[in-house]
Design a protein around this ligand. Structure first.
Ligand SMILES: Nc1ncnc2c1ncn2[C@@H]1O[C@H](COP(=O)(O)OP(=O)(O)OP(=O)(O)O)[C@@H](O)[C@H]1O
Length: 705
């Protein structure tokens, strides 16, 4: 029998199993549809119990159908032949036959763990591990590993030569893809780490930290659905570009369960995508900013009333600026929140005016309660109160910091003169350019200091409202179901997550750790990152302190990943040489894949940079089947995007060196790497990130002066 025949026979055998699974899946879909119909029939019975049952049936049937659809493609991807001659197929979800026999084991189930953990040294009862690729219900490829040759029956064939490498050579799409079929042992250990405490995953570029973090979220959901689906999982990444890239990795996480945010979108109602230069980010991210913000949150409103003058029964009552300040300060003892202490401030004003009126011997002065009522009836008095102690939104107060004289006063003795100058310059254009990502953590801190402004009660969304304003006529069970769906919609500033995943954690500043900590008080955590890729140039001690505070005393489980699956060995060699210039002894991952194609390093006259970049990007688009990323120094992004605008390819993306964090492209054109390196604080580390984004081709273009 030739090898080709063996391969064909083995593929045919897998196809038969796949056919059986998909046939069963079709039955399950039908039975889900039947359950929905049955649910509606129950409704006709009309009693309370039947309606509730109907509700549950319809809800679960719909959920099941959604899951079956979401995981349809590539449903079965693995097979284990065990020592006891039994066979297990592993897939994206568990499927049982009509006699309850197991057709597919869910990849997250304990029985599937051996698929990822077995090695020739420790076969864990597995004789042969097979990876199955399929497309549109057809088996397209199979790859075997013989893990326990001594236990293999003589007729057991072994085909293919490496599922992992085959997978890694596929073209990169706009979104990250899942790795369920080829998760490696060290990754699997991190994915299946205990649900409680803090799981910390570190490793160099391309070692699968993001992939592991997301698969871990899916694993947790499987292992304790009610806890994680109930509380929700928050996934935080550095930028919007990155969050879009990872959004579709695991459909099974579902929108109701996992909330994805960039650090710039965590504060409700605000969304920032601008980055600050490292020196500005270091000041804005420092814990010392908390003290600066505390002062601001207690200060008088800029352009507020200078004094209060009130004619009362022919007498002038007057509170000077100094008296108003004293009342405000008294109403705000340490730790009080300004928006919540508003009442106390107003009481202070009433008391001071009453005392003054008494002292002046105002004729016919009523008791204080009536005196207060008289004042409240006066429009100009109410206007004064609102102007003197308005409800403050954090964005107002951040605006005060953009006034140089105020910033100097608040930062006096906390920040150095140079730091104040850096901030002043950065915020000079706040109104024109809008917030940066680092500003969002300051807003969140201010929000904690100010407390909630009393908002007018928001109308609850009516779950029965149909388009066009027609209110649905519904039965009791419909209402219950709709109510439940509305309850699962988390409010915009939800903070009780059951699990928080922090990706690219090396770039989270101390103030950002505080912002995350406020959302994970009840959570277990997965924190993934690589210190060598950090752009943080501030105080490392502060950073550790803030991070430890956010994570609390929870038990730590640490994992290190050591293989780079992204870059070809030739590309990673260039990135490695760069980081070695500042960290000569840093342990680096090993890149497993060699393409024989070396990166192209071009030095071009500055005047030709635009033309040569266009040429290089054109060439990359022709050479790779997947995406091409153009990475630029931050100030050059828009200029470079203009050069390339005419190319108009959905495979092309232009990003700054900071937005490139966590991203991956098949081809990368890196414009002006020297300018990225030139930043004295984090230049080399940022360049290391940029150089390690490509899977197949890398071209660098350095302009010569
Ligand atoms: N076991 C695996 N099988 C197949 N592909 C994998 C595996 N592990 C990682 N990859 C692929 O390697 C690439 C890099 O993974 P990922 O982005 O998770 O790495 P990372 O450690 O977060 O990288 P970085 O720190 O550079 O952002 C992705 O394309 C991912 O799909």
């Amino acid at each position: 029998m030739t090898d080709q025949t063996t391969l064909e026979q083995e593929m045919a055998a897998e196809q038969r199993h796949l056919d059986r699974v998909y046939a069963r899946l079709a039955e399950l879909r039908q039975s889900a549809a039947r359950a929905e119909r049955e649910g509606y029939r129950l409704a006709k019975v009309g009693n309370f119990g039947a309606l509730v049952e109907r509700d549950a049936m319809v809800f679960h049937a719909a959920q099941r159908r959604h899951l079956l659809d979401a995981e349809h493609e590539g449903l079965v991807f693995g097979r284990l032949d065990l020592r006891d001659r039994s066979v297990l197929h592993v897939g994206r979800l568990g499927v049982r036959g009509e006699n309850a026999e197991t057709l597919v084991v869910d990849w997250r189930a304990p029985a599937a763990a051996a698929f990822y953990q077995a090695t020739p040294a420790q076969p864990l009862g597995v004789v042969r591990r097979r990876t199955i690729q399929s497309s549109a219900e057809r088996v397209t490829r199979i790859e075997d590993d013989l893990l326990d040759p001594a236990a293999a029956p003589p007729e057991m064939p072994v085909v293919g030569d490496g599922a992992l490498l085959a997978t890694l050579s596929r073209a990169t799409g706009r979104g990250m893809r899942d790795i369920v079929a080829t998760i490696q042992r060290e990754q699997d250990e991190a994915i299946r780490s205990p649900g409680s405490g803090v799981t910390i995953v570190s490793g160099g570029p391309g070692t699968g930290k993001t992939a592991v973090a997301l698969h871990r979220a899916a694993y947790l959901l499987y292992s304790d659905r009610s806890r994680y689906a109930g509380g929700g999982i928050l996934v935080v990444g550095p930028s919007t570009v990155f969050v879009e890239y990872i959004a579709s990795v695991l459909p099974s996480l579902g929108e109701e369960t996992a909330t994805l945010h960039s650090l710039g979108s965590l504060f409700p109602g605000m969304s920032a995508t601008r980055t600050d230069p490292p020196d500005v980010a270091a000041v804005k991210g420092s814990l010392r900013m908390r003290r600066v913000l505390e002062r601001a949150a207690r200060d008088a409103v800029p352009d507020g009333p200078e004094e209060l003058r009130l004619l009362y029964r022919g007498q002038l009552l007057r509170l000077s600026r100094a008296e108003l300040d004293t009342i405000r300060t008294r109403a705000l003892p340490r730790g009080a929140r300004r928006n919540e202490a508003r009442r106390a401030g107003f009481d202070g004003i009433f008391a001071a005016l009453w005392a003054q009126a008494r002292k002046l011997g105002v004729p016919g002065l009523p008791e204080q309660r009536l005196f207060d009522d008289e004042l409240v009836d006066r429009t100009e008095f109410r206007e004064f109160l609102k102007a003197w102690w308005p409800r403050l939104h954090p964005r107002h107060v951040l605006g005060w910091l953009a006034r140089p004289e105020r910033l100097r006063a608040y930062a006096q003795g906390i920040l150095s003169g140079a730091e104040i100058r850096v901030l002043t310059a950065a915020w000079r254009t706040l109104d024109r350019d809008g917030l940066t990502i680092a500003d969002i953590a300051l807003l969140d801190e201010l929000d904690a200091l100010l407390g909630q402004p009393m908002k007018p009660a928001r109308r609850r969304r009516d779950p029965f409202q149909l388009a066009g304003g027609v209110r649905e006529l519904s039965t009791f069970a419909d209402r219950q179901r709709a109510e439940r769906a509305a309850a699962r919609e988390r409010p915009a500033d939800y903070r009780d997550y059951a699990h928080v995943v922090v990706d690219e954690a090396q770039d989270v500043s101390p103030m950002q750790w505080r912002m995350l900590g406020r959302r994970g008080r009840l959570a277990s955590w997965t924190v993934v990152g690589d210190p060598a890729q950090t752009a943080w140039t501030g105080d490392p001690v502060e950073l550790t302190r803030a991070r430890e505070q956010a994570l609390g005393r929870r038990k730590r489980h640490e994992f290190t990943l050591t293989t780079n699956y992204r870059n070809s060995a030739e590309i990673f060699a260039v990135a490695a040489a760069e980081i070695r210039t500042v960290h000569p002894d840093l342990p680096l991952p090993t890149a497993v894949r060699s393409t024989g194609v070396h990166p192209v390093e071009l030095r071009v006259p500055a005047t030709e940079l635009a033309a040569r970049t266009v040429e290089a990007v054109d060439a990359l688009l022709a050479e790779v089947a997947g995406t091409v990323g153009v990475i630029t120094p931050v100030p050059r992004r828009d200029e470079v995007a203009c050069w390339l605008a005419h190319l108009d390819s959905p495979r092309l993306q232009v990003v700054t060196s900071l937005q490139a964090k966590g991203m991956e492209y098949d081809g990368v054109a890196l414009v002006a790497p020297g300018e990225i390196r030139a930043d004295p604080g984090s230049g080399v580390r940022t360049l290391y990130v940029a150089l390690s984004r490509a899977t197949q081709r890398l071209t660098t273009l350095d302009p010569l002066d």
